[in-house]
Design a protein around this ligand. Structure first.
Ligand code: APR
Length: 268
């Protein structure tokens, strides 16, 4: 226990004195808000094939595709930022997060008050494949209750909610589907910030998916020190100055409280 306290103290001091701290988050940031991640034991890709997150799936198996995203959208809007999101927002308010790069599409960083570079798009909006019109993703939710039970009973079919109200085209979530390019502006922002970082903090990511997982590599190549806060091992643990095999919210809150002891205003 004493070792962990010293590790947090050392990491918090390094963060407070960093010239360019950059944070990189993944789905493990939001599991404490009730949203599943992808590759841990209870992750989404343990229950469904990754191939569902493709345009091909939308065309070939629309019922599976639309239910998968309707299920995630319903939970996304019902979720709230957790203490980890709030700790990062407080650190950012004090100028201690130069850039927050996220692979997450849930918008919880933004709802906690952080600006975030969204590498994999967002599930907060959907767009029409035909005319490009964009809508709040809650539009994709079936109006009638009981759609999840209908799916479990094999009676689910995508309804009018999956069609563009303007032109009737198919609606798609504004996430980066497998096989699609990352948004160029977001990617450029993330690469530049990673190369400029002197402290790069990975939170809640398996680092399994490229090209996003190149960001910590760019940071290391630029001479940054790496911290990894993740409940499972990652391929970069051996190159990290700090590894916390722990829950994101707890570690980030501990760092926040080292830098801003409770009762002292959150200003560096
Ligand atoms: N605290 C710390 N780590 C956690 C927590 C938590 N509360 N909950 C889960 N984790 C860890 C898991 O152990 C796992 O190693 O977070 C990691 C999440 O990894 P993934 O599920 O692979 O999610 P992510 O790295 O964000 O995936 C990247 O893959 O499918 C695509 O587009 C999707 O953006 C996603 C990308």
């Amino acid at each position: 226990m004493r070792e962990r306290i010293e590790l947090v103290d050392d990491f918090a001091a390094a963060w407070q004195n960093a010239g360019c701290p950059v944070v990189f988050t993944g789905a493990g940031m939001s599991t404490e808000s009730g949203l599943p991640d992808f590759r841990s034991a209870r992750g989404l890709w343990k229950r469904r094939p990754e191939s569902l997150a493709t345009l091909d799936a939308l065309q070939r198996i629309p019922a599976e595709f639309y239910f998968f995203y309707q299920w995630r959208i319903a939970r996304l809007w019902a979720a709230a930022p957790n203490a980890g999101h709030e700790a990062l927002a407080a650190l950012a308010d004090a100028g201690l997060v130069r850039r927050l790069i996220t692979q997450n599409v849930d918008g919880l960083h933004q709802r906690a008050g952080s600006e975030a570079t969204e590498l994999h798009g967002t599930l907060r909006t959907v767009s029409c494949l035909r005319c490009g019109a964009a809508y709040d993703s809650r539009r994709l939710l079936p109006a009638a209750p009981g759609w999840e039970e209908a799916y479990q009973a094999g009676r689910y079919l995508p309804g009018r909610e999956c069609a563009c109200p303007a032109c009737g085209g198919s609606l798609r979530p504004d996430v980066v589907l497998f096989g699609e390019a990352l948004p160029p502006a977001a990617w450029d922002e993330a690469v530049n910030a990673s190369k400029a970082a002197d402290l790069f903090v990975v939170v809640g990511s398996s680092l399994a998916v490229g090209p996003a997982n190149l960001c910590p590599e760019f940071a290391l190549a630029g001479g940054a020190r790496l911290a990894i806060i993740n409940q499972e091992a990652t391929s970069l643990d051996g190159r990290a100055a700090w590894v916390f095999r722990d829950k994101a919210a707890g570690v980030l809150t501990a760092v926040r409280e080292r830098i801003f002891p409770p009762g002292v205003e959150d200003k560096a």
